[in-house]
Design a protein around this ligand. Structure first.
Ligand SMILES: Cc1cc2nc3c(=O)[nH]c(=O)nc-3n(C[C@H](O)[C@H](O)[C@H](O)COP(=O)(O)OP(=O)(O)OC[C@H]3O[C@@H](n4cnc5c(N)ncnc54)[C@H](O)[C@@H]3O)c2cc1C
Length: 427
């Protein structure tokens, strides 16, 4: 692949398309942006090497906040048709039920989600299946030449190629590793009878520092019962191999409370494993091209902010910047920088990065500062449990489920001050 900045490339021998915006990469970011721009009547080209998004372990759960962004982008009904909603979330700490949250979350398989969104593309924005052979960017026009010789001319180029480096590298943009091999995401199916798993979502936090576990969460995707576990280890760690060889045995040793909640569960699939580094981008402030989603930055999946970053990028671009950029001639770097300097985008990126770094440190660091922070958080959590028990002691509670109702009923009872309240409900 070659790239040119601000120079004309020779005319392509075969097809040529002229659009407002060319998007390279039809994952979540590229497809949602194409849908959003198509709704606004823009001429868009969307290019990806695969007609059907390939099967891979990626995001499987998101929160009400992200649902709000799908709604804002006009994609609420499509997203809802591809997701399993849940409202009753049980959180376990120290081996016991700590909190019951009544809040909306949505589970999905990433590949059907992306394919379902692609299927919603209107006929005037088809997916172009092809590989980019050449990219040229400049202050006025951008050009993509595909390996079949066809060319796409655009006023703006959007790179949404996720972890893939080819197009980013061709344009001359560098990925900076802020935290290499930061965490490992593990995904697998569970076999549990409906009687044993009546609950919609369970989250178990790790008990010991040495285990390096952020948390395990169990939830339904349609009829499937899915587990996502996030650990602060590298893929080469022998612990990972041992876990993959006998996940059931390891789970029972690490979190025996699972058996208490889920009875005779079995791990019913291979354990999929993905290593993730925290990365940012250097050299992206340039004429004619903008980087979004994982093509711009990657954060830790355990914090569930990846989709939030993707949707924030798309929302900022489609509702504010692209309409303004297309109104006046040219697409120089000064215009493009308005997106990277948008306080809403900056806040979403910073929140994701900060939470990723904090969660790993509070879970794994053994220095005095972090031991004291953990002591503070855990003492407050134990006090919360104790206060509830004390309050409920005189009440005629007939079943454990009734007790759990009480746990969920009064979130205002949290004794923690503002400073640590969010740290208590998160790692
Ligand atoms: C294991 C795991 C679990 C996760 N869990 C969560 C979670 O629970 N919650 C959450 O919010 N986030 C989670 N994330 C993060 C989230 O999945 C990502 O932030 C999000 O999917 C990024 O979407 P994207 O469109 O930027 O990239 P992608 O979905 O990777 O899309 C990139 C697209 O570009 C295409 N492409 C690649 N190279 C080229 C090329 N040369 N030319 C044209 N097209 C190209 C690819 O085919 C693909 O379609 C998780 C990530 C991982 C790895």
């Amino acid at each position: 692949m070659s790239t040119e900045q601000g120079r004309e490339t020779p005319a392509a021998p075969t097809g040529r398309a002229e659009v407002d915006v060319a998007i390279v990469g039809a994952g979540l970011a590229g497809t949602v942006l194409a849908l959003s721009l198509a709704k606004a009547g823009r001429k868009v080209a969307l290019v990806d090497p695969h007609r059907i998004h390939h099967d891979e372990f990626r995001a499987e759960k998101t929160r009400a906040e992200q649902m709000g962004l799908f709604e804002k982008l006009g994609l609420g009904p499509v997203f809802r048709s591809l997701a399993t909603p849940m409202t009753d979330l049980h959180v376990f700490r120290f081996g016991q039920l700590f909190e019951r949250k009544q809040t909306w979350e949505y589970a999905f398989s990433y590949t059907p989600l992306v394919n379902g969104l692609r299927a919603a593309l209107p006929p005037h924005v088809p997916l172009t299946v092809g590989k980019v052979a050449e990219v040229s960017t400049g202050p006025d026009r951008q050009r993509l030449v595909l390996t079949d010789g066809s060319a796409i001319d655009a006023r703006l180029l959007v790179v949404a190629t996720g972890y893939s480096e080819a197009v980013r590298r061709a344009i001359g943009v560098e990925r900076i590793e802020e935290s290499k091999a930061h965490s490992l995401s593990m995904g697998f199916d569970l076999a549990i009878t409906s009687q044993d798993f009546g609950l919609q979502s369970l989250t178990f936090y790790g008990r010991r520092i040495a285990d390096r576990i952020a948390f395990l969460t169990l939830f339904r995707i349609g009829e499937r019962l899915r587990a996502n576990m996030f650990v602060y280890r590298t893929v080469a760690d022998p612990w990972v191999r041992t876990f993959r060889e006998n996940p059931q045995k390891m789970l029972l040793e690490l979190m025996p409370e699972i058996a208490e909640r889920c009875g005779g569960f079995a791990v019913a699939s291979e354990v999929e494993v993905r290593q993730v580094s925290l990365t940012t981008t250097r050299g992206h402030r340039r004429d004619g091209v903008v980087f979004i989603g994982d093509a711009f930055a990657t954060t830790c999946p355990a914090q569930g902010d990846g989709i939030h970053r993707v949707l924030t990028d798309v929302d900022c671009l489609s509702s504010t910047h692209i309409p303004a950029w297309l109104e006046t001639p040219g697409m120089a770097a000064e215009k493009i920088c308005a997106f990277y300097d948008d306080p809403i985008k900056i806040a979403a990126d910073e929140r994701a990065m900060r939470a990723s770094i904090y969660a790993r440190r509070i879970t794994t660091e053994t220095g005095l500062e972090w031991r004291l922070r953990r002591l503070r958080n855990n003492t407050a959590r134990h006090l919360m449990i104790f206060a509830r028990r004390f309050r409920d002691a005189g009440k005629p509670v007939t079943s454990r489920l009734a007790q759990e109702e009480l746990l969920s009923s009064e979130p205002a009872e949290r004794p923690a001050g503002n400073i640590i309240a969010s740290e208590l409900t998160n790692p």
